[in-house]
Write a protein that binds this ligand. Structure first.
Ligand code: SF4
Length: 452
């Protein structure tokens, strides 16, 4: 085994692309297959760690093991011509510059920033854009801390993969909390701040404090909850138990609760195996003792968690550990979406079958939900209305709050994997499509008073 990059003071050991060939050899891949995997890892990020490799992956089942597939790139995640092109460059030892240019060309075809993130969601403060902040829904602001834009391991399906590749134009982050709090003071409608990444829990307690503490002051009394989006409970639960700053982190969480705000760990778990090591239960217990609540979420991913038993087992185990199942997401329209996507109709079947098999305490979960440009669109099912087979949908979240919770329909399409694949049914457009004034001659605004 290649030695990993160890971190002093804790036993965290990262594996990067340098270790990929040795690790994929352990999975039984041939030299050609390993070259193809390296080609994919030249375009998309790869990083894992010793805990994931030694404790979570079932190497007897690799490369089909779901946790192996969660962190190791697959040769067919990218079009074969791209894999062949970059694999050829690697095989002949092409100059770094040439390899980088090829990787960049492939990335630009992968919709690196889905849902209009760079263009639509960055707010202005003092007449200038506030980079590293997103304000998409009125009540929630997302903060991307500069030091939190990496993760303990990378998921192969990550929709934020562009944050992790070596291209400054594809990154968004801030380390200027005085501007962030200045913006929040001007926006009393914001009640929740989500600190996200990457994984903010990659930051040590002292650095995390620089982002959390400024949110606790009396001038931000309208902030009711501080959320931290993280996969650390799955990839490095030691962060809350045995890391040198685990106790300091708990004290910080206690301060959030003492300030009268809810501290919510938005925990990403992809598969029930991530919940098995006893350290995870211990971490969850410590977070709860510090006043935090853990809400769980993950996308539905082909070949990793695309069956109802996997989800039902996850939700039941999480509930037993005091966590609250929160979201099943649909794989987003970026990166290798085509490879990991599950058709929407099938996603709903999996959700419904899992939901039907768990107790009411697990039915806090919502989904399958698409985080798309207009908002979070939930697939409620496939129904027949007036002789037509349609998807029933509603918006869980919307840029326009007036659209939240209103049902609407789309024509059934068994191949649809994302909102953009759907056509409206019983209407000429979706509720979130252009407002009537933008379609002169077709619509009179007074026909849709609630949308104008
Ligand atoms: S932990 Fe989250 S941000 Fe990090 S790679 Fe996985 S999905 Fe992406």
């Amino acid at each position: 085994m290649a030695p990993g990059l160890s971190s002093p003071g804790r036993r965290f050991r990262a594996y990067t692309v340098k270790h990929l060939d040795r690790l994929t050899e352990r999975a039984g891949l041939s030299p050609d297959e390993r070259l193809a995997v390296r080609a994919v890892a030249t375009v998309l990020p790869f990083r894992t760690n010793e805990y994931v490799v030694e404790r979570l992956i079932d190497w007897d089942a690799a490369p089909d093991d779901p946790i192996y597939r969660l962190v190791f790139p697959q040769a067919d995640m990218l079009p074969p011509e791209d894999v062949g092109w970059i694999g050829g460059l690697l095989a002949r030892g092409a100059p770094d510059e040439e390899v980088r240019a090829a990787a960049h060309a492939v990335r630009t075809r992968l919709n690196p920033h889905p849902a209009g993130q760079l263009a639509l969601n960055v707010p202005d403060y003092a007449d200038e854009p506030l980079p590293g902040v997103q304000h998409k829904y009125p009540e929630t602001v997302l903060v991307f801390p500069k030091q939190g834009q990496t993760c303990h391991a990378y998921c192969t399906y990550c929709f934020r993969w562009a944050q992790f590749v070596d291209e400054p134009d594809l990154k968004m982050a801030t380390d200027d909390m005085s501007r962030v709090t200045g913006y929040l003071r001007q926006h009393p409608e914001v009640t929740s701040v989500l600190i996200t990444g990457g994984d903010p829990m990659i930051m040590g307690a002292a650095v995390l404090r620089r982002y959390v503490e400024p949110l606790l002051g009396p001038e931000l009394g309208h902030i009711e909850s501080v959320r931290i989006g993280t996969k650390s409970l799955g990839y490095w639960p030691q962060r809350y138990v045995t890391d040198p700053d685990a106790d300091d982190t708990m004290r910080l969480f206690e301060e959030v609760a003492a300030a009268g705000k809810s501290l919510a760990i938005m925990a990403h778990f992809s598969h029930p195996r991530e919940l098995e090591p006893p350290m995870v239960a211990e971490a969850a217990s410590r977070i709860r003792s510090a006043g935090g609540i853990i809400r769980t979420q993950a996308p539905l991913i082909r070949s990793i968690n695309d069956n109802p038993l996997t989800w039902a087992t996850m939700w039941r185990t999480q509930m037993r550990m005091g966590m609250v199942p929160y979201y099943m997401f649909v794989e987003r329209d970026t990166g290798p979406q085509g490879y990991f996507a599950v058709p929407l109709y099938r996603a709903h079947e999996i959700y419904r079958d899992a939901y039907a098999s768990v107790s009411g305490l697990c039915r806090t979960v919502r989904g399958p939900s698409m985080s798309a440009t207009p908002g979070k669109v939930c697939v409620d099912g496939v129904v027949e209305v007036a002789g037509e087979k349609v998807f029933a949908l509603h918006m869980i979240q919307a840029r326009n709050p007036d659209l939240v919770g209103r049902p609407f329909f789309a024509r059934f399409d068994p191949r649809a994997i994302w909102l953009s694949d759907l056509e409206p049914a019983f209407a000429a457009r979706f509720p979130f499509d252009n407002v009537p004034e933008e379609l002169p001659g077709l619509w009179a605004p007074e026909m849709f008073p609630s949308l104008t």
